[in-house]
Design a protein around this ligand. Structure first.
Ligand SMILES: O=C(O)COP(=O)(O)O
Ligand SMILES: [Mg+2]
Length: 226
C-alpha cells in the first residue's frame, strides 16, 4: 500500500506563480490512499480543488484554522482579533493590497492575509500588539493566532478519521509546513522551500515545485512495488 499524503498547495502542487500544475490531475485522484490538502488558503480553495480533482473533501485550510474531515468542520483561531489588527494596520497607513472584492479574505474565517508588498514592519508591530503573529509563506503575509498550525490540523484529521499521523508522508515548501513535517512520519521540502521548511523536513528535494512533489510520489510508488 502507498502511504497517505498530506500536501501543501502553493509552491508544492503549483508553479512559481501559484498556478496548479496540471499533473496533479493525473497523480492525485489515482493515489491509492488518503490525500489531505493542507494550505494557508481560505477554506473554499482546497474544497474546490478536492471537488475538481475528484478527491474526498479532507482539508486543512487557513494554516490549520479550519479543518474538514468526515463531513465535520472545526475552527480555531481568532478572526476578530486578526480583523481588528488589520483595521489598525490600515488606520496607521498600511494597505493589505487587495481590491474591493478581496477574495483572499472574503471567506477567510480564522485569520487575515496581506499581499507581500504590504509594509511588513508595520504589520508585525501591529500584530504583536494584538498578541498575533505574522508569517510569510512566500505567497502572502498571514496575521494569525499563534499555535494554530497545519500540524495540529493534521492531528485533528487523524483523530476524526482514525489514522496515525506517523503513517503520513508530507510535502511542503514554507514556514507554514514545518508543523506538518513535525507530525507526519516522513517529510520532504521541495527545492524552492524556505529555510524554515528545509530545516524542519527529513529530506530536502533536488527538484522544485511539482517536479519535486512528483519525485516523492514516484519513489513512494516504487517502494510499494518493491
Ligand atoms: O496561502 C498561502 O499563503 C500559501 O498557501 P499554501 O499553504 O498552500 O502554500
Ligand atoms: Mg506552500
Amino acid at each position: 500500500m502507498v502511504p497517505p499524503l498530506v500536501l501543501d498547495i502553493d509552491g508544492t502542487l503549483t508553479d512559481a506563480d501559484g498556478h496548479l500544475d496540471p499533473r496533479a490531475f493525473e497523480v492525485l485522484p489515482s493515489w491509492d490512499a488518503p490525500v489531505i490538502l493542507a494550505t494557508g488558503k481560505a477554506f473554499p480553495y482546497p474544497v474546490s480543488l478536492c471537488h475538481y480533482l475528484g478527491l474526498p473533501q479532507t482539508v486543512i485550510a487557513e494554516n490549520g484554522g479550519v479543518v474538514l474531515a468526515d463531513g465535520e468542520v472545526t475552527f480555531t483561531g481568532d478572526r476578530e482579533a486578526a480583523q481588528a489588527a488589520a483595521d489598525e494596520f490600515v488606520a496607521r497607513g498600511g494597505d493589505l493590497g487587495w481590491d474591493a472584492a478581496d477574495t483572499a479574505n472574503r471567506w477567510r474565517e480564522t485569520e487575515i492575509i496581506a499581499r507581500l508588498d504590504a509594509d511588513e514592519a508595520l504589520l508585525r508591530e501591529v500584530a504583536d500588539e494584538f498578541d498575533l503573529e505574522v508569517i510569510d509563506t512566500g505567497f502572502a503575509y498571514h496575521i494569525k493566532t499563534p499555535g494554530v498550525e497545519k500540524g495540529v490540523g493534521l492531528e485533528r484529521v487523524c483523530e476524526t478519521m482514525d489514522y496515525d499521523p506517523e503513517e503520513f508522508v508530507a510535502v511542503g515548501d514554507s514556514v507554514n509546513d514545518a508543523s506538518t513535517f513535525g507530525v507526519a512520519g516522513r517529510s520532504f521540502a521541495v527545492a524552492n522551500a524556505d529555510d524554515v521548511a528545509k530545516e524542519a523536513a527529513d529530506t530536502v528535494l533536488d527538484q522544485s515545485y511539482m517536479d519535486g512533489t512528483l519525485s516523492v510520489l514516484e519513489s513512494l510508488r516504487e517502494e510499494d512495488a518493491a
